[in-house]
Design a protein around this ligand. Structure first.
Ligand code: UDX
Ligand code: ADP
Length: 465
């Protein structure tokens, strides 16, 4: 089966970039990305392509090349479903905030709604691809909904988890370590798998396209994220020990990373991992393990989250204790709010939790992030619900630039590792601050020696005082 038309439901951080690359690499396939969020779709269609709703290096150029040729963004979900041979489901699966599994299980209501909509609209056979990260055996639920429509339409369900990391989405999609496709072992299932393999084979070498059964594919995604998050928690745990003993975590990371069995990537101590995936996927894994009665397995993985929460809190409490045990009415500058550099995504960013802690201590926070604006920051804090919207507004605001954020501040907290932070005129910033002036570098981006020479009292997570 040769695919001529693709529909992707969900124009978010995964659906948008993934479909842009498929369209760019497969000009013979019509790709339509749909979303119910009208302003998001309007953003993707903005004549000024630099205004697309997701900031990712290189993405606007890819969209500019394919949009209007074979890449389309639309709110007409039904029409796109009807036209497509293959439908990707790329909607959000946040952690449940209510009912059974609250705070742990993935909320599958958006997935289920998609499946029901596909079932209601489809008139011809379709291949349905799970792109969102899902608990193992979600495909079964989607299958049940689709197969019981009674209108004779045949559906094949595939799992094709996305491994792109935000901030490097375009290069990850262009040169993936591997593409994983899970499908049914029946002849029809294998035909569907091959149809998707053929799409990726337009730019990914065949030996990097892995095919497995559905459940292996679903569980591999959760496992990959759990292992990656575990590495960050492991290095962060060691960073606390380094601070006590005078060892330097970056030296330790370098020394262990040269062991080819360990590898050098993903060993940066930080103020804690954020992003929409790690915490959600581990909580989900813990929930699944518990539901099978595997309590030791659940506790093992839960510790990764416990360590991460501890690291965020530890960073915040260090700021307070260093500033003579009070930050009340003191201005603290935040450099960065996004959960990592080169993205405007703030979901689960450590900055939110550090700000929340400091606001409880009555600090005045001013933030500068090159890609995040005030409305998003207020949203993030309002969503936590620790205080009223007006209290958040009076406690935290956005600055025009880093110089304004730091002016008159007692301390700077670096929460995102934006490259531009290294290039600032740090002497000028120091001169404009209250003395003594402190820098807390939660992302280890600034040069400690240089900062101390300027006069800052400098502390980075894991490097000791
Ligand atoms: C992650 C996975 O990497 C990706 O494969 C999956 O598809 C989605 O989840 P993402 O969350 O976009 O991607 O970014 P990632 O680069 O993994 O970073 C996650 C968090 O870990 C960030 O807050 C980052 O700053 C932090 N991190 C990462 C560290 O603190 N130290 C490191 O060494 C690496
Ligand atoms: P991700 O990081 O997984 O891409 P996002 O939250 O950025 O997650 O994107 C998911 C998108 O899916 C959102 O823009 C949301 O509006 C969209 N969405 C959710 N449910 C539906 C649905 N039933 N039909 C169309 N779009 C949907």
């Amino acid at each position: 089966m040769r695919i001529k038309s693709i529909c992707c439901i969900g124009a978010g951080y995964v659906g948008g970039p993934t479909m842009a690359i498929i369209a760019a690499k497969c000009p013979h396939i019509k790709v339509t990305v749909v979303d119910t969020n009208e302003s998001r779709i309007a953003g993707w269609n903005d004549v000024d392509v630099s205004k697309i709703p997701i900031f990712e290096p290189g993405l606007s150029a890819v969209v500019a090349e394919a949009r209007g040729r074979n890449l389309f963004f639309s709110t007409n979900v039904d029409q796109a479903i009807e036209e497509a041979d293959m439908i990707f489901i790329s909607v959000n699966t946040p952690t449940k905030t209510y009912g059974l599994g609250k705070g742990m299980a993935a909320d599958l209501k958006y997935i289920e709604l998609c499946a029901r909509q596909i079932a209601a609209v489809a008139k011809t056979d379709k291949i349905v691809v799970e792109k969102s990260t899902l608990p193992v055996r979600t495909a079964e639920a989607i299958k049940n909904i689709l197969h019981n429509t009674g209108n004779g339409v045949q559906f094949q369900i595939l799992s094709n988890p996305e491994f792109l990391a935000e901030g490097t989405a375009v290069s990850d999609l262009l040169n993936p370590d591997r593409v994983l496709i899970g499908g049914d072992s029946s002849a029809e299932g294998q035909e569907a798998v091959n149809a998707l393999v053929e799409i990726y084979a337009n730019w990914v070498p065949n030996n990097q396209i892995l095919t497995t059964n559905l459940w292996s594919s679903e569980l591999s995604k959760l496992t990959a994220n759990a292992f990656l998050a575990q590495r960050v928690s492991s290095i962060n745990a060691m960073s606390e020990l380094c601070e006590k003993t005078g060892a330097d975590i970056s030296e330790v990371a370098r020394a262990i990373g040269m062991d080819s069995r360990i590898g050098s990537k993903f060993l940066k101590a930080s103020v804690g991992f954020g992003g929409s995936c790690f915490q959600k996927d581990i909580l989900n894994l813990v929930y699944i393990a518990k539901s099978y009665g595997l309590h030791e397995v659940a506790d093992y993985w839960e510790q990764v989250i416990i360590m991460n929460d501890h690291q965020k809190r530890r960073f915040a409490t260090t700021i307070v204790s260093t500033l003579y045990n009070t930050v009340s009415a003191k201005k603290i500058a935040f450099l960065g709010w996004a959960f990592k550099k080169d993205t405007n995504d703030t979901r689960e960013s450590a900055a939110i939790y550090v700000a929340d802690y400091l606001l409880n201590e009555q600090a005045n926070i001013q933030v500068f992030d090159p890609q995040v604006k005030d409305a998003q920051i207020q949203n993030d804090l309002n969503y936590l619900g620790s205080r009223s919207e007006s209290e958040n507004r009076s406690g935290i605001s956005c600055a025009e630039d880093a110089y304004q954020a730091c002016q008159g501040a007692h301390a700077i907290a670096v929460l995102t590792e934006w490259d531009e932070f290294k290039e600032y005129d740090w002497q000028k910033i120091y001169d404009s601050m209250q003395k003594p002036a402190f820098v807390f570098d939660g992302r280890n981006v600034l040069n400690a020696e240089k900062m101390r020479k300027i006069g800052f009292i400098f502390q980075a997570v894991g490097t000791g005082k």
